[in-house]
Write a protein that binds this ligand. Structure first.
Ligand code: GLT
Ligand code: MN
Ligand code: MN
Length: 390
Protein backbone atom coordinates (compact mmCIF):
# COMPACT_ATOMS: atom_id res chain seq x y z
CA UNK A 1 0.00 0.00 0.00
CA UNK A 2 1.21 3.51 -0.82
CA UNK A 3 1.95 5.13 2.56
CA UNK A 4 1.41 8.56 1.03
CA UNK A 5 -2.06 7.86 -0.36
CA UNK A 6 -4.49 10.31 1.29
CA UNK A 7 -7.42 9.02 3.35
CA UNK A 8 -10.39 10.67 5.07
CA UNK A 9 -8.35 10.68 8.32
CA UNK A 10 -6.00 13.20 6.70
CA UNK A 11 -8.77 15.87 6.61
CA UNK A 12 -7.59 17.26 3.24
CA UNK A 13 -9.88 19.73 1.49
CA UNK A 14 -9.88 21.90 -1.63
CA UNK A 15 -12.06 24.84 -2.60
CA UNK A 16 -14.38 24.70 -5.60
CA UNK A 17 -12.44 27.78 -6.77
CA UNK A 18 -9.08 26.00 -6.50
CA UNK A 19 -9.36 22.84 -8.59
CA UNK A 20 -12.08 24.65 -10.54
CA UNK A 21 -9.74 27.52 -11.42
CA UNK A 22 -9.84 27.82 -15.22
CA UNK A 23 -6.44 29.55 -15.40
CA UNK A 24 -7.56 33.10 -16.10
CA UNK A 25 -5.01 35.73 -15.10
CA UNK A 26 -4.85 39.52 -15.54
CA UNK A 27 -3.11 39.03 -18.89
CA UNK A 28 -4.87 36.05 -20.34
CA UNK A 29 -8.11 34.23 -20.92
CA UNK A 30 -9.02 30.90 -19.30
CA UNK A 31 -7.08 27.89 -20.53
CA UNK A 32 -9.40 25.24 -19.07
CA UNK A 33 -13.11 24.59 -19.26
CA UNK A 34 -15.42 25.20 -16.32
CA UNK A 35 -15.79 22.06 -14.18
CA UNK A 36 -19.16 21.44 -12.52
CA UNK A 37 -19.26 21.32 -8.70
CA UNK A 38 -20.57 17.74 -8.92
CA UNK A 39 -17.59 16.64 -11.01
CA UNK A 40 -15.21 18.41 -8.64
CA UNK A 41 -16.72 16.47 -5.73
CA UNK A 42 -16.34 13.20 -7.61
CA UNK A 43 -12.77 13.85 -8.76
CA UNK A 44 -11.63 15.12 -5.35
CA UNK A 45 -12.98 12.03 -3.65
CA UNK A 46 -11.22 9.83 -6.21
CA UNK A 47 -7.98 11.70 -5.45
CA UNK A 48 -8.40 11.02 -1.72
CA UNK A 49 -9.57 14.39 -0.39
CA UNK A 50 -12.45 14.36 2.08
CA UNK A 51 -13.60 17.98 2.01
CA UNK A 52 -14.69 20.61 -0.46
CA UNK A 53 -15.04 24.29 0.44
CA UNK A 54 -16.87 27.04 -1.36
CA UNK A 55 -17.85 30.67 -1.71
CA UNK A 56 -21.58 31.30 -2.08
CA UNK A 57 -21.12 32.29 -5.73
CA UNK A 58 -18.91 29.28 -6.58
CA UNK A 59 -21.92 27.05 -6.16
CA UNK A 60 -24.91 29.31 -6.76
CA UNK A 61 -24.09 31.87 -9.47
CA UNK A 62 -24.68 35.44 -8.31
CA UNK A 63 -28.21 36.59 -9.10
CA UNK A 64 -29.80 33.10 -9.25
CA UNK A 65 -33.48 32.84 -8.29
CA UNK A 66 -34.46 31.06 -5.06
CA UNK A 67 -35.76 28.14 -7.11
CA UNK A 68 -32.52 27.78 -9.07
CA UNK A 69 -30.57 28.00 -5.83
CA UNK A 70 -32.53 25.14 -4.29
CA UNK A 71 -32.08 22.94 -7.37
CA UNK A 72 -28.34 23.58 -7.44
CA UNK A 73 -27.94 22.95 -3.71
CA UNK A 74 -29.95 19.71 -3.87
CA UNK A 75 -27.81 18.39 -6.72
CA UNK A 76 -24.59 19.35 -4.92
CA UNK A 77 -25.77 17.69 -1.68
CA UNK A 78 -26.54 14.52 -3.61
CA UNK A 79 -23.01 14.54 -5.06
CA UNK A 80 -21.52 15.01 -1.57
CA UNK A 81 -23.52 12.07 -0.31
CA UNK A 82 -22.71 9.85 -3.30
CA UNK A 83 -18.99 10.38 -2.77
CA UNK A 84 -18.83 10.61 1.03
CA UNK A 85 -17.50 14.16 0.92
CA UNK A 86 -18.09 16.95 3.46
CA UNK A 87 -18.03 20.77 3.37
CA UNK A 88 -15.76 21.76 6.28
CA UNK A 89 -15.63 25.48 5.42
CA UNK A 90 -17.65 28.06 3.54
CA UNK A 91 -17.09 31.74 2.77
CA UNK A 92 -18.57 34.74 0.98
CA UNK A 93 -17.45 36.26 -2.27
CA UNK A 94 -17.16 39.92 -1.26
CA UNK A 95 -14.68 40.82 -3.96
CA UNK A 96 -15.85 39.92 -7.50
CA UNK A 97 -18.92 42.11 -7.93
CA UNK A 98 -18.05 45.69 -8.96
CA UNK A 99 -20.10 47.02 -6.05
CA UNK A 100 -17.19 45.90 -3.81
CA UNK A 101 -14.60 47.94 -5.73
CA UNK A 102 -13.89 50.01 -2.60
CA UNK A 103 -14.44 47.29 -0.03
CA UNK A 104 -17.41 45.51 1.50
CA UNK A 105 -17.60 45.88 5.30
CA UNK A 106 -15.19 48.84 5.21
CA UNK A 107 -16.79 50.72 2.31
CA UNK A 108 -17.66 54.36 2.92
CA UNK A 109 -21.12 53.71 1.49
CA UNK A 110 -23.65 52.32 3.99
CA UNK A 111 -25.53 50.68 1.11
CA UNK A 112 -22.46 48.61 0.25
CA UNK A 113 -21.90 47.68 3.91
CA UNK A 114 -25.53 46.63 4.29
CA UNK A 115 -25.44 44.62 1.06
CA UNK A 116 -22.25 42.87 2.23
CA UNK A 117 -23.86 41.91 5.54
CA UNK A 118 -26.99 40.58 3.82
CA UNK A 119 -24.95 38.60 1.28
CA UNK A 120 -22.81 37.17 4.06
CA UNK A 121 -25.81 36.08 6.16
CA UNK A 122 -27.34 34.32 3.15
CA UNK A 123 -23.98 32.66 2.46
CA UNK A 124 -23.68 31.60 6.10
CA UNK A 125 -27.13 29.96 5.83
CA UNK A 126 -25.91 28.12 2.72
CA UNK A 127 -22.68 27.02 4.40
CA UNK A 128 -24.50 25.73 7.47
CA UNK A 129 -27.04 23.92 5.29
CA UNK A 130 -24.10 22.10 3.68
CA UNK A 131 -22.59 21.23 7.06
CA UNK A 132 -19.78 23.80 7.31
CA UNK A 133 -18.30 24.31 10.78
CA UNK A 134 -15.85 27.06 9.82
CA UNK A 135 -16.65 30.31 8.06
CA UNK A 136 -13.77 32.21 6.48
CA UNK A 137 -13.50 35.96 6.04
CA UNK A 138 -10.94 37.06 3.49
CA UNK A 139 -11.27 40.82 3.05
CA UNK A 140 -9.68 40.98 -0.36
CA UNK A 141 -11.21 44.34 -1.23
CA UNK A 142 -11.03 45.79 2.28
CA UNK A 143 -8.21 48.18 1.53
CA UNK A 144 -7.20 51.23 -0.46
CA UNK A 145 -5.04 52.81 -3.09
CA UNK A 146 -5.99 56.47 -2.50
CA UNK A 147 -5.50 56.08 1.21
CA UNK A 148 -6.91 59.52 2.10
CA UNK A 149 -10.36 58.14 1.18
CA UNK A 150 -10.97 57.02 4.78
CA UNK A 151 -9.29 57.01 8.12
CA UNK A 152 -7.79 53.51 8.44
CA UNK A 153 -9.08 53.51 12.04
CA UNK A 154 -12.60 53.87 10.67
CA UNK A 155 -12.00 50.88 8.42
CA UNK A 156 -11.01 48.75 11.40
CA UNK A 157 -13.98 49.97 13.45
CA UNK A 158 -16.33 49.10 10.58
CA UNK A 159 -14.80 45.66 10.27
CA UNK A 160 -15.37 45.15 14.00
CA UNK A 161 -18.97 46.32 13.74
CA UNK A 162 -19.62 43.84 10.89
CA UNK A 163 -18.01 40.89 12.65
CA UNK A 164 -19.79 41.62 15.92
CA UNK A 165 -23.06 41.79 13.99
CA UNK A 166 -22.38 38.48 12.23
CA UNK A 167 -21.34 36.73 15.46
CA UNK A 168 -24.69 37.78 16.92
CA UNK A 169 -26.43 36.45 13.81
CA UNK A 170 -24.77 33.04 14.21
CA UNK A 171 -25.62 32.95 17.91
CA UNK A 172 -29.20 34.00 17.27
CA UNK A 173 -29.59 31.24 14.65
CA UNK A 174 -27.96 28.74 17.03
CA UNK A 175 -25.50 27.72 14.36
CA UNK A 176 -22.43 25.72 15.43
CA UNK A 177 -20.14 27.90 13.35
CA UNK A 178 -16.82 29.57 14.07
CA UNK A 179 -15.22 32.35 12.07
CA UNK A 180 -11.66 32.35 10.72
CA UNK A 181 -10.11 35.63 9.51
CA UNK A 182 -7.63 35.46 6.65
CA UNK A 183 -5.03 38.18 6.19
CA UNK A 184 -3.28 39.28 3.03
CA UNK A 185 -0.96 42.27 2.61
CA UNK A 186 -2.04 43.51 -0.84
CA UNK A 187 -3.61 42.33 -4.12
CA UNK A 188 -6.22 42.99 -5.31
CA UNK A 189 -5.95 46.29 -3.34
CA UNK A 190 -2.82 48.42 -3.10
CA UNK A 191 -2.93 47.78 0.64
CA UNK A 192 -5.34 45.57 2.54
CA UNK A 193 -6.24 46.46 6.13
CA UNK A 194 -4.82 44.16 8.82
CA UNK A 195 -2.27 42.62 6.45
CA UNK A 196 -0.90 39.73 8.50
CA UNK A 197 -2.13 36.96 10.78
CA UNK A 198 -0.56 38.86 13.69
CA UNK A 199 -2.69 41.93 12.92
CA UNK A 200 -5.77 39.71 12.82
CA UNK A 201 -4.95 38.08 16.14
CA UNK A 202 -4.94 41.41 17.88
CA UNK A 203 -8.10 42.57 16.12
CA UNK A 204 -9.88 39.38 17.25
CA UNK A 205 -9.11 40.19 20.86
CA UNK A 206 -11.20 43.38 20.45
CA UNK A 207 -14.36 41.58 19.26
CA UNK A 208 -17.44 41.12 21.44
CA UNK A 209 -17.44 37.35 20.85
CA UNK A 210 -13.73 36.79 20.35
CA UNK A 211 -14.13 33.16 21.48
CA UNK A 212 -15.96 32.45 18.19
CA UNK A 213 -13.27 33.95 16.00
CA UNK A 214 -9.85 32.63 15.00
CA UNK A 215 -7.54 32.89 12.00
CA UNK A 216 -7.00 31.23 8.64
CA UNK A 217 -3.35 31.88 7.78
CA UNK A 218 -2.29 31.29 4.17
CA UNK A 219 1.28 30.35 3.22
CA UNK A 220 1.24 32.65 0.18
CA UNK A 221 -0.09 35.65 2.05
CA UNK A 222 2.45 35.61 4.89
CA UNK A 223 5.24 34.87 2.43
CA UNK A 224 4.29 37.77 0.12
CA UNK A 225 5.31 40.08 2.99
CA UNK A 226 8.52 38.13 3.47
CA UNK A 227 7.31 36.78 6.81
CA UNK A 228 7.60 33.31 8.31
CA UNK A 229 4.42 31.26 7.84
CA UNK A 230 5.64 28.88 10.53
CA UNK A 231 5.84 31.71 13.04
CA UNK A 232 2.39 32.98 12.09
CA UNK A 233 0.92 29.49 12.50
CA UNK A 234 2.77 29.02 15.78
CA UNK A 235 1.43 32.26 17.24
CA UNK A 236 -2.10 31.33 16.18
CA UNK A 237 -1.74 27.86 17.72
CA UNK A 238 -0.26 29.22 20.91
CA UNK A 239 -3.25 31.55 21.20
CA UNK A 240 -5.71 28.70 20.54
CA UNK A 241 -6.79 30.55 17.40
CA UNK A 242 -5.76 28.32 14.50
CA UNK A 243 -9.27 27.49 13.27
CA UNK A 244 -8.35 26.79 9.63
CA UNK A 245 -5.32 26.90 7.33
CA UNK A 246 -4.71 27.68 3.65
CA UNK A 247 -1.79 25.62 2.35
CA UNK A 248 -0.06 26.60 -0.88
CA UNK A 249 3.34 27.91 -1.99
CA UNK A 250 4.79 31.29 -2.80
CA UNK A 251 8.05 33.09 -3.43
CA UNK A 252 8.76 36.31 -1.54
CA UNK A 253 8.06 39.54 -3.36
CA UNK A 254 5.83 38.14 -6.10
CA UNK A 255 2.13 38.37 -6.85
CA UNK A 256 -0.10 35.94 -4.94
CA UNK A 257 1.06 32.78 -6.68
CA UNK A 258 -1.14 30.20 -4.91
CA UNK A 259 1.11 27.41 -6.15
CA UNK A 260 0.87 23.73 -5.19
CA UNK A 261 1.83 23.15 -1.54
CA UNK A 262 5.57 22.46 -1.26
CA UNK A 263 6.38 23.61 -4.78
CA UNK A 264 8.31 26.62 -3.38
CA UNK A 265 10.17 26.98 -0.07
CA UNK A 266 10.14 23.38 1.08
CA UNK A 267 11.81 24.39 4.33
CA UNK A 268 8.83 26.50 5.38
CA UNK A 269 6.48 23.76 4.21
CA UNK A 270 8.38 21.25 6.33
CA UNK A 271 8.35 23.52 9.38
CA UNK A 272 4.64 24.22 9.01
CA UNK A 273 3.77 20.51 8.74
CA UNK A 274 6.03 19.80 11.72
CA UNK A 275 4.08 22.34 13.77
CA UNK A 276 0.65 21.27 12.59
CA UNK A 277 1.38 17.62 13.29
CA UNK A 278 3.14 18.27 16.58
CA UNK A 279 6.02 15.93 15.72
CA UNK A 280 8.31 18.05 17.93
CA UNK A 281 6.00 17.51 20.89
CA UNK A 282 3.62 20.46 20.90
CA UNK A 283 -0.13 20.05 20.63
CA UNK A 284 -1.20 19.10 17.08
CA UNK A 285 -3.72 20.98 14.93
CA UNK A 286 -6.82 18.90 14.31
CA UNK A 287 -8.80 21.11 11.91
CA UNK A 288 -9.17 20.86 8.14
CA UNK A 289 -6.06 20.96 5.93
CA UNK A 290 -7.17 23.11 3.06
CA UNK A 291 -5.18 23.62 -0.14
CA UNK A 292 -5.99 27.13 -1.36
CA UNK A 293 -4.05 26.92 -4.57
CA UNK A 294 -4.47 26.04 -8.20
CA UNK A 295 -2.76 24.22 -11.03
CA UNK A 296 -0.31 26.05 -13.25
CA UNK A 297 -1.87 27.75 -16.27
CA UNK A 298 0.07 25.28 -18.43
CA UNK A 299 -2.18 22.42 -17.28
CA UNK A 300 -5.19 20.73 -18.79
CA UNK A 301 -7.85 18.87 -16.80
CA UNK A 302 -5.54 15.96 -16.07
CA UNK A 303 -2.89 18.37 -14.76
CA UNK A 304 -5.44 19.77 -12.30
CA UNK A 305 -5.83 16.37 -10.64
CA UNK A 306 -2.06 15.84 -10.72
CA UNK A 307 -1.87 19.13 -8.84
CA UNK A 308 -4.45 17.98 -6.27
CA UNK A 309 -2.79 14.61 -5.70
CA UNK A 310 0.64 16.24 -5.51
CA UNK A 311 -0.48 18.71 -2.83
CA UNK A 312 -1.70 15.95 -0.51
CA UNK A 313 1.21 13.65 -1.29
CA UNK A 314 3.77 16.33 -0.44
CA UNK A 315 1.99 17.04 2.85
CA UNK A 316 2.11 13.37 3.82
CA UNK A 317 5.74 12.98 2.79
CA UNK A 318 6.67 16.05 4.83
CA UNK A 319 4.75 14.66 7.78
CA UNK A 320 6.71 11.44 7.56
CA UNK A 321 9.99 13.40 7.19
CA UNK A 322 9.11 15.58 10.21
CA UNK A 323 8.47 12.45 12.29
CA UNK A 324 11.84 11.04 11.28
CA UNK A 325 13.60 14.33 12.04
CA UNK A 326 11.99 14.67 15.46
CA UNK A 327 12.84 11.15 16.49
CA UNK A 328 16.48 11.32 15.39
CA UNK A 329 18.59 11.12 18.59
CA UNK A 330 21.14 13.54 17.12
CA UNK A 331 18.39 16.11 16.65
CA UNK A 332 16.98 15.47 20.10
CA UNK A 333 20.41 15.96 21.64
CA UNK A 334 20.96 19.23 19.76
CA UNK A 335 17.64 20.76 20.77
CA UNK A 336 17.42 19.33 24.29
CA UNK A 337 16.44 22.16 26.60
CA UNK A 338 19.13 23.20 29.06
CA UNK A 339 17.73 23.24 32.59
CA UNK A 340 18.77 25.30 35.60
CA UNK A 341 16.13 24.89 38.29
CA UNK A 342 17.44 27.67 40.51
CA UNK A 343 17.70 30.32 37.77
CA UNK A 344 14.40 29.29 36.21
CA UNK A 345 12.67 29.64 39.57
CA UNK A 346 14.22 33.07 40.08
CA UNK A 347 13.14 34.16 36.58
CA UNK A 348 9.47 33.16 36.81
CA UNK A 349 6.52 34.21 38.99
CA UNK A 350 7.77 37.57 40.12
CA UNK A 351 8.34 38.38 43.75
CA UNK A 352 10.26 41.33 45.18
CA UNK A 353 12.76 38.91 46.76
CA UNK A 354 13.42 37.10 43.48
CA UNK A 355 13.93 40.37 41.62
CA UNK A 356 16.47 41.50 44.19
CA UNK A 357 18.34 38.20 44.02
CA UNK A 358 18.33 38.21 40.22
CA UNK A 359 19.71 41.72 39.94
CA UNK A 360 22.90 40.66 41.74
CA UNK A 361 23.10 37.07 40.44
CA UNK A 362 26.41 36.37 38.80
CA UNK A 363 26.12 34.46 35.53
CA UNK A 364 29.19 33.49 33.53
CA UNK A 365 28.02 35.31 30.41
CA UNK A 366 31.51 35.09 28.89
CA UNK A 367 31.33 31.29 28.85
CA UNK A 368 27.73 31.27 27.61
CA UNK A 369 28.56 33.72 24.83
CA UNK A 370 31.58 31.70 23.70
CA UNK A 371 29.89 28.31 23.37
CA UNK A 372 28.70 27.30 19.88
CA UNK A 373 25.14 26.04 19.62
CA UNK A 374 25.53 23.39 16.93
CA UNK A 375 22.79 24.86 14.73
CA UNK A 376 24.81 24.23 11.58
CA UNK A 377 24.70 20.54 12.42
CA UNK A 378 21.01 20.79 13.35
CA UNK A 379 20.05 22.55 10.14
CA UNK A 380 22.09 20.18 7.99
CA UNK A 381 20.30 17.27 9.67
CA UNK A 382 16.99 18.92 8.86
CA UNK A 383 17.99 19.34 5.22
CA UNK A 384 19.14 15.72 5.03
CA UNK A 385 15.92 14.45 6.60
CA UNK A 386 13.94 16.56 4.14
CA UNK A 387 15.97 15.10 1.29
CA UNK A 388 15.30 11.58 2.55
CA UNK A 389 18.91 10.73 3.37
CA UNK A 390 18.05 9.45 6.87
C1 GLT B 1 -9.49 33.95 -3.00
C2 GLT B 1 -8.29 34.25 -2.14
C3 GLT B 1 -8.07 33.24 -1.10
C4 GLT B 1 -9.15 33.17 -0.09
C5 GLT B 1 -10.43 32.70 -0.65
C6 GLT B 1 -11.52 32.85 0.38
S1 GLT B 1 -10.83 33.37 -2.15
O1 GLT B 1 -9.18 33.01 -3.97
O2 GLT B 1 -7.16 34.37 -2.98
O3 GLT B 1 -6.85 33.42 -0.46
O4 GLT B 1 -8.79 32.21 0.88
O5 GLT B 1 -12.31 33.96 0.16
MN1 MN C 1 -6.68 31.79 1.01
MN1 MN D 1 -3.58 33.40 -2.00
Amino acid sequence: MDPYAPTAQDRFSFGLWTVGNPGRDPFGEPVRAVVSPERIVQKLSECGASGVNLHDDDLVPYGSSAKTRDTIVASFKAALEDHGMVVPMATTNLFSHPVFKDGAFTSNDPRVRAFALGKTMRAIDLGVELGAKIYVFWGGREGSEADACRDPRTAIARMREALDYLCEYVRDQKYALRFALEAKPNEPRGDIYMPTTGHMLHFISTLAHSEMVGVNPEVAHETMSGLSMAHAVAQAMEAGKLFHIDLNAQRIGRYDQDFRFGSEDLRQAFLVVRLLEGTAGGEAYTGPLHFDSHAYRTEDDEGVWDFARGSMRTYKILHERARAFDSDPRVLALIAERRDARLEALSSNYTRAKSEALKVESIDVGAVAKAGLGYERLDQLMVEHMLGVH
